[in-house]
Design a protein around this ligand. Structure first.
Ligand SMILES: [Zn+2]
Length: 108
């Protein structure tokens, strides 16, 4: 098994993350999976600077990424970018403004 992002081969005792997508399951090594989580956290924290830094790191790792991963990432990033942009609309959108500051959402 290889990571669908950086194509690194899975070693014994190493655990890869499985991401279910519309096109099938994506396998991610610990480092790529970690970066994906960081990117999501950055978006939720509206931290554009960190978001872009981590995204660039993931892009760099995924230079030879498989199409299934790239398709998933495209949608993943698009969704997160709308989260990031929602900051500007926060004041005008009453529903989202009610989100609690400390509201830690469970991962998936
Ligand atoms: Zn990887």
């Amino acid at each position: 098994m290889v990571c669908d992002c950086c194509l690194k081969r899975k070693r014994l005792f190493e655990s890869f993350a499985a991401v279910e997508t519309a096109e099938g399951t994506i396998n991610l090594c610990v480092v790529c999976n970690d970066l994906a989580y960081k990117i999501r956290d950055d978006a939720n924290e509206r931290n554009l600077e960190k978001f872009e830094t981590h995204l660039k790191e993931l892009d760099k790792r995924g230079k030879k990424a498989k199409p299934i991963f790239l398709n998933w990432k495209k949608q993943f990033v698009r969704d997160l970018e709308s989260v990031l942009k929602s900051e500007a609309d926060l004041a005008s959108e009453e529903g989202k403004a009610a989100e609690p500051e400390m509201g830690e959402k469970p991962a998936d």
